[in-house]
Design a binder for this molecule. Structure first.
Ligand code: NAD
Ligand code: UPG
Length: 352
């Protein structure tokens, strides 16, 4: 049985990848420093507590397990935070990634899969997004990802290093039956925030910007179920282990949903109405980010299977039932995502 490292496997996307990799017949080993991960998500395979910035420790872990494949999910992920803790982001996401790439090369890894993001496209002129479009990130977070993609491109070209970069669009949903789901601290993502508001754990949800050039004026994103993302990782590993070419793939559904649509979908599941306010655009948020996913379909045979309704429903079940059971949450509304006490905000009762 071949060993696969899931670096960052105690986190949201990584835990779903670990489960899918175990189910595909590989031996998963999670490597994580638990800075943002959860012990509760360590349910498949062995665990190695290691920080990717510690090259010596990484070498020891690679020597012990001799992985055939490595999935690199570990990163700091907050766009706003990356503008404050900029050097930390480059150290963690770039230096740390280079350590993992270096160890993978030294230890003969035959398949390397990297968690990239559609944030590498910045504010694109054309949609849907295709992989050859210009890379022009507008945040340090996005640039750390673009830099690692650049390192991997050179490693492919000059060292024949087998690597796939997967540009996720908006990861969402949960495998709540398996006790894993989205849990970031602080949470800044729209779906968990809207659901936590509906569940009474936050005082209100704010829509960032209603004056975008989109059908309803709110920003449009391509939400992709985390189970579909996990499946693409398994396919990428197989593709490279079978001798397939290194590449870059967009992972999205190809369908966009606005923030207002998202709020309506959550309201449809919610037993009671909740407060939805509007405020200015969040700096750096483009109007629309939607994938052209035809390359992943053609080359990996990947097909997203979950609808937007599936995403919202699974996220709802996770936040309503599973997450409180596992983490013992007390439902206290306190502050919104920006840390602003909600009573200071101008709010209105939910738009239809
Ligand atoms: N969530 C999304 O919508 C989204 C979208 C696009 C790309 N991505 C990328 O997917 C990956 C996973 O995102 P996520 O939402 O699961 O985040 P997450 O914070 O839940 O998981 C990241 C994991 O990496 C670990 N980690 C961080 N720094 C580490 C270090 N120095 N050494 C060892 N472990 C470390 C954390 O402890 C955590 O378990 C990230 O690379 C992120 O940039 C996420
Ligand atoms: O309280 C909120 C939070 C978000 N939004 C909006 O909802 C949309 C989605 O926002 P969010 O869930 O924060 O995701 P993104 O900002 O699109 O970024 C996510 O998706 C990117 C890829 O698209 C990844 O690179 C990032 O790591 C990940 O945070 C955006 O238009 C936001 O402006 C709100 O209106 N109110």
């Amino acid at each position: 049985m071949e060993t696969v490292f899931i670096v960052g496997g105690a986190g949201y996307v990584g835990s779903h990848c670990t489960k899918a990799i175990a189910e595909a017949g590989y031996r998963p080993v999670v490597v994580d420093n638990l800075s943002n991960g959860h012990e509760q998500f360590l349910k498949w395979g062995e665990f190695e507590h290691a920080d990717i910035r510690d090259a010596e420790r990484l070498d020891a872990v690679f020597a012990r397990h001799k992985p055939a494949a490595v999935v690199l999910c570990a990163a700091l992920i907050e766009v706003k935070d990356s503008q404050v803790e900029t050097a930390l982001y480059y150290d963690n996401n770039v230096s740390g990634a280079i350590n993992v790439i270096g160890a993978s090369e030294r230890h003969g890894v035959r398949a390397f899969v990297f968690s990239s993001t559609c944030a590498v496209y910045g504010e694109p002129a054309e949609q849907p997004l295709r992989e050859h479009f210009p890379i022009q990130p507008i945040s340090p977070y996005g640039r750390t990802k673009a830099m690692v993609e650049g390192v991997l491109a050179d490693m492919r070209q000059f060292k024949n290093f087998p690597a796939i970069s997967l540009r996720y669009f908006n990861a969402a949903g949960a495998s709540w039956q398996d006790g894993i789901g989205e849990r970031h601290t602080p949470e800044t993502h729209a779906i968990p925030l809207a659901i936590q508001t509906a569940l009474g754990r936050r005082e209100g949800f704010r829509i960032f910007g209603t004056d975008y050039d989109t059908p309803d004026g709110t920003a449009v994103r391509d939400y992709i179920h985390v189970l579909d993302l996990a499946d693409a990782h398994v396919r990428s590993i197989r593709h490279l282990l079978d001798g397939g070419q290194s590449d870059i793939f967009n992972l999205g559904t190809g369908h966009g949903h606005s923030v207002k649509e998202l709020v309506t979908a959550v309201q449809d599941l919610s037993p009671q109405p909740f407060i939805v306010g509007t405020t200015d655009r969040r700096p750096g948020d483009p109007a629309r980010l939607v994938a052209d996913n035809s390359k992943a379909k053609d080359i990996l045979g990947w097909e997203p299977t979950c609808s937007f309704a599936d995403i919202i429903e699974s996220a709802w079940k996770w936040h309503a039932d599973t997450e409180p059971r596992i983490f013992g949450l007390d439902a206290k509304p306190t502050v919104d995502a920006s840390g602003t006490p909600m009573e200071q905000e101008q709010t209105t009762v939910a738009a239809q």
